[in-house]
Design a binder for this molecule. Structure first.
Ligand SMILES: Nc1ncnc2c1ncn2[C@@H]1O[C@H](COP(=O)(O)OP(=O)(O)O)[C@@H](O)[C@H]1O
Ligand SMILES: [Mg+2]
Length: 375
């Protein structure tokens, strides 16, 4: 019988099905093994007072069962906001239940994140030059400086609305990308003048960031990057759980798995580009130590966090670049490359950390009680 309870916050998709149910099912299975009951709900399932209509997975019946429970003491927030209304709903939940233990907190959009990370001297060398979109003229200036740029919406996810522009020759440019629905747009070769007309028509706003593009095209023309997962363990310490490579489909400028990308092992992908094994080891080591620096920095800025998924690009010289920080990362990539023990760890660590957090808070409460003078 489970003795501890973990609340998982999720959002209903259009058809009243909760997102990520297969992950939660696995979470629930791992939870059972270590005595944690996983209870999934959305803020709309909270009834008056402290009652929640939450879902628990019945492993015997192999289905989710809805029950009325009290509010669980620890919350693992897995809501992907998508719409502003969801964001407001989550914020209201956090405010109303601020006494609960939250495993993580909301971070910042791509632009705010860039500005915050730029404050750190040890992180700055890992950040591609990034500016906020202002005018088409300025974008072209940035493009001429770096020869390759990515323009992306600051609140975008999954590779939606991302453009890649490359200067091929003194007056020849290549524009590629995906629209807001993530459909690949037809590649467009153009002179500077034609490019500017096209960019005006795209009506980019200051909701876009313009970023130095990292050269990540493999010999076969596909792009690649890496997804690193760093998590808190059962001792409350950061640990890199794993890192996997992702290769975008042909004609795609993004590698996101939901955009058709495929997953490969980190070592395999690094070996594709670098022949020296000591170089490969050095890059891996740098990725890991950078992940620790970043996680500690963000935790100082935002408060306690449980996990981060980092999108990392390695350029042809072996330089490590941070493309994006994902505060609610998926872990499917490890399952896809057949690293089942990494996947297992990726699922069980948030549970172990939740237990550690609960223990800490009850220890603290006891200490406070002991310190109180006798009346
Ligand atoms: N500066 C860049 N240089 C090279 N590739 C990039 C760059 N920025 C983004 N990409 C590609 O686009 C993908 C999506 O970009 P990302 O910033 O992670 O936004 P999203 O939130 O849509 O995942 C990355 O995984 C990578 O494949
Ligand atoms: Mg990303």
């Amino acid at each position: 019988m489970s003795s501890q309870r973990l609340g998982v916050l999720a959002i209903y998709l259009g058809n009243s099905r909760l997102e990520e149910l297969s992950y939660f099912q696995r979470l629930s299975k791992e939870g059972n093994k270590i005595g944690v009951q996983v209870e999934v709900f959305s803020p709309v399932d909270v009834e008056s007072g402290n009652t929640v209509r939450s879902l628990t997975y019945d492993h015997g019946l192999r289905k989710w069962i809805r029950r009325r429970t009290t509010m669980p003491p620890v919350i693992y927030d897995r809501c992907r906001y998508k719409a502003a209304a969801n964001y407001r709903m989550l914020k209201a939940f956090r405010n109303r239940h601020s006494k609960l233990i939250f495993l993580s907190r909301p971070l910042a959009n791509k632009w705010a994140m860039h500005q915050i990370l730029s404050e750190s001297e040890s992180i700055r060398p890992y950040l591609p030059a990034t500016v906020r979109f202002s005018t088409v003229q300025n974008l072209v200036k940035t493009l001429k400086r770096h020869k390759l740029i990515y323009a992306k919406p600051k609140n975008g996810t999954g590779g939606r609305g991302i453009l890649r522009i490359e200067q091929l020759d003194s007056d020849l440019y290549l524009l590629q990308g995906r629209n807001e629905q993530r459909t690949i747009i037809a590649p467009y070769k153009a002179t500077e003048k034609q490019l500017m007309v096209k960019l005006h028509a795209l009506k980019l706003s200051s909701d876009y960031v313009v970023q130095q593009g990292i050269r990540v095209t493999l010999k076969d023309g596909r792009v690649h990057d890496y997804r690193l997962l760093i998590q808190k363990n059962g001792r409350g310490e950061w640990e890199v759980t794993g890192c996997a490579g992702r290769i975008g489909p042909h004609r795609s400028i993004t590698s996101n798995l939901h955009g058709g990308g495929s997953a490969v092992s980190q070592t395999k992908l690094l070996s594709n580009r670098f022949s020296s094994s000591s170089k490969i080891e050095a890059i891996k080591k740098e990725m890991n130590s950078f992940a620790h620096t970043l996680a500690e920095f963000l935790e100082n800025k935002f408060g306690k966090l449980v996990e981060l998924g980092l999108d990392i690009a390695i350029d042809p010289s072996g330089h490590v670049w941070l493309l994006e920080v994902n505060p609610k990362p998926s872990r499917e990539v490890f399952h896809k490359i057949g690293e089942s023990s990494t996947y297992q760890k990726a699922v069980s660590r948030p549970l172990e950390y939740a237990m550690w957090m609960l223990n800490q808070s009850s220890k603290n409460a006891e200490e406070r009680k002991a310190e109180r003078p006798e009346s």
